[in-house]
Design a binder for this molecule. Structure first.
Ligand SMILES: Cc1ncc(COP(=O)(O)O)c(C=O)c1O
Length: 382
């Protein structure tokens, strides 16, 4: 498309934009995403804060106060000690990047040890930051502490593990990993981008899930996404570090804006997702997040039972609200589903596709999906 030479009539323009938007999938038919559908009643907040810039907070002291309160709530949720600090970031990728940037400043090591299911953001980070990613084998698709111990050397820069893996929604044995890292004095980052807003509330409900946050003395930093299970609007992630002073190590002075230094990747940052996130967390509170977690897991069980009733096999038992369904001719099935208006995510290394049972999904949607899945599989095997 060429840069427009002439002005355009506003009504025509709005119509043009609407037509593009109508081509997008309805959220209820996107079954593979880890992102949330925003609450209708909070949407106005996002537009009220559109022009706010948290990169230069002196102009927006009110919005900055919201940001500080929001970070405070997140530090509290993840049992951060008083020495800790937090930053709002654009998502899991940026949070993970800050972790490795800090680790690089604290250690002479060159290698980041991570399990084979670690999110691909770490591949990006390795390329951009010039560190080596040492991928280690897992056992039953979670990190194996013995394998980890054997791989630690004087070159180890950091260890990463995951609470809520991207492909299967599993949780690494984080307490054991934390002990190994603590004993070896190694920076340990927990990527809770997906599971961070689910695991604490499932634990409240009595689920047998490991601790994964700053309660564990070996956890150095943690990333968690508001825009995933936090139900917040994109982009909203959090990065927390055990010591606020570590941010200074990656920060730069900011001579012509109102902060002393900045330690996030982004400079200009919209206050819109921040205000939205603050409102979302307060609207639900722990009580609402527990209800949301319960609903997601009940629906996950329903999906599992329905799929098995119709002869489908799950790749592994779900721990969280992620279901991987094994199918023959994976790509063809995924395409057939797409043509029927359903979006699921293929996990090729497991010949499976992923369903993420997010809070906006309902039984009726699942029933319709399973009917279409059966038709799609029949079509593929014709
Ligand atoms: C475990 C995990 N970490 C990091 C990310 C990256 O998050 P973002 O896409 O918000 O940068 C994801 C995304 O799905 C994820 O599942």
């Amino acid at each position: 498309m060429k840069f427009p030479e002439k002005k355009k009539n506003l009504m025509e323009l709005l119509n043009e934009i609407r037509i593009f938007r109508e081509r997008d999938f309805e959220y209820s038919r996107i079954l593979g995403t880890m992102c949330s559908k925003p609450d209708r009643e909070l949407i106005q907040i996002y537009s009220d804060f559109l022009e706010t810039n948290l990169g230069d907070p002196k102009n927006f002291p009110g919005t900055k106060e919201i940001e500080d309160h929001l970070i405070g709530m997140i530090l509290d949720l993840f049992h951060a000690p008083s020495s800790a600090g937090g930053r709002i970031v654009s998502g899991g990728t940026e949070g993970n990047m800050l972790a490795i940037a800090i680790a690089k400043n604290l250690s002479r090591g060159k290698e980041v040890i991570a399990p084979d299911h670690v999110h691909f953001s770490f591949q990006k980070i390795a390329k951009i930051m010039g560190v080596k990613l040492k991928i280690v084998e897992t056992k039953n698709h979670v990190m194996d502490v013995n394998v980890l111990s054997r791989n630690i050397t004087k070159d180890t820069l950091a260890v990463v593990s995951v609470a809520g893996t991207t492909e299967l929604g599993l949780v690494d044995p984080i307490p054991e990993i934390s002990d190994v890292c603590y004993d070896n004095n190694i920076f340990f980052h927990v990527d809770a981008a997906f599971g961070g807003f689910l695991v604490p509330f499932l634990k409240d409900l009595g689920y047998d899930l490991p601790d994964f946050d700053f309660k564990l003395k070996g956890v150095s930093s943690l990333s968690v996404d508001g825009h995933k299970m936090g139900g917040c609007a994109i982009p909203l992630g959090f990065f927390l570090a055990r010591r606020e002073e570590w941010f200074k190590k990656i920060g730069v002075e900011t001579p012509y804006v109102s902060t002393e230094y900045q330690s996030t990747i982004l400079g200009t940052r919209s206050g819109a997702p921040v205000a939205y996130g603050y409102a979302r967390l307060k609207l639900l509170g722990r009580e609402g997040f527990i209800e949301q977690a319960k609903k997601c897991m009940e629906l996950t069980n329903y999906v599992k039972e329905k799929l098995e009733e119709h002869g489908f096999t799950l790749f592994t038992e779900p721990t969280l609200n992620v279901i991987a369904v094994k199918v023959k001719d994976l790509d063809k099935v995924v395409k057939e589903l797409y043509d029927r208006g359903w979006s699921v995510n293929p996990i090729r290394r497991f010949s499976s596709f992923r369903l993420v049972i997010m809070p906006h999904l309902e039984k009726e949607i699942i029933d319709r999906f399973i009917d279409d899945l059966r038709d799609a599989c029949k079509e593929v095997t014709k």
